[in-house]
Design a protein around this ligand. Sequence first.
Ligand code: GDP
Ligand code: MG
Ligand code: K
Length: 302
Amino acid sequence: NLTFDKGFKSGFITVVGQPNVGKSTLVNKLIGEKINIISRKAQTTRNRIQCILTLDKAQMIFIDTPGIHRPKDKMGKYLNEIAYESLREIDLVLFMVDANYKPNDQDKKIATQLAHASSKPTLLVLNKVDTVSKNDLATRINDYQKLGEFTDIITISAEKGINLDDLTEIIVDYLPEGPKYYPDDMITDQIEQFIVSELIREKILKFTHQEVPHSVAVEVTRFKERSDKDLIEIGANIYVERKSQKGILIGKGGSMLKKIGKSARADIENLLSTQVFLDLWVKIKDDWRDKEDALKMLGYKG
Ligand code: GDP
Ligand code: MG
Ligand code: K
């Protein structure tokens, strides 16, 4: 459904490796230096998507290690599903190791798992080169290389920022052409909002039997947690192109909108494990077409 500019690249990347090799440091550093966008909750079990790095020519979506972190709640599962089903699978794997040490059993195990589970390009990333001598590094590259078939090998220091530009370039090289899945300025909380808006959209398409085009946009305008009541208040605008579509969406005496709202609310409550108050409004696109950044804000910009 998403359109994209020719030449724009995007994809899902996962960084695998045993604990403490520097996976989180790398992702944080990449995001932090480019500033464009961030989800900093790297360790939350809830968000399968860790970070989104948007450059002029590419968007990299870093995802938690599949098979190692099992999603612990429904949101994680859902993100898992959208990441792996609708958006297909990982495009690129970074296998990170600590260049200070020889490969151990765990490295071998991960390399074996990767060989079985993925046919995607896999980059061997030797991290922490800032604390390794040149001689040792050559030996390590040799040792780790034997663990599997790697598309490319790169030595970096995530912490000191050594070779990260090269790494970024290599990553972009191996990403397929694709759409900008997420808006430039997406943050973690907005990922939840994005999913909520997609859920509402799904119900619209389901209940209107496609009479409302896929271009229907849903903008979450309010997402407020009320801890006093264990309730989340969500307000959303549904944007359509024509008056007739607005009519269909609202239905006789508001019946259609009620149906959509009820069904979406049930799913959202299920997903967020809390009560939800959902307030839906239908608007005609012309109202907002001229609004600057509206498309970007909605996340539907190609
Ligand atoms: P993870 O478990 O793989 O996510 O590893 P972390 O990113 O949490 O890093 C583990 C430790 O290694 C932390 O203390 C980091 O500061 C350190 N570390 C990460 N990258 C580097 C590096 O390039 N050089 C050095 N010397 N230390 C690093
Ligand atoms: Mg970590
Ligand atoms: K991590």
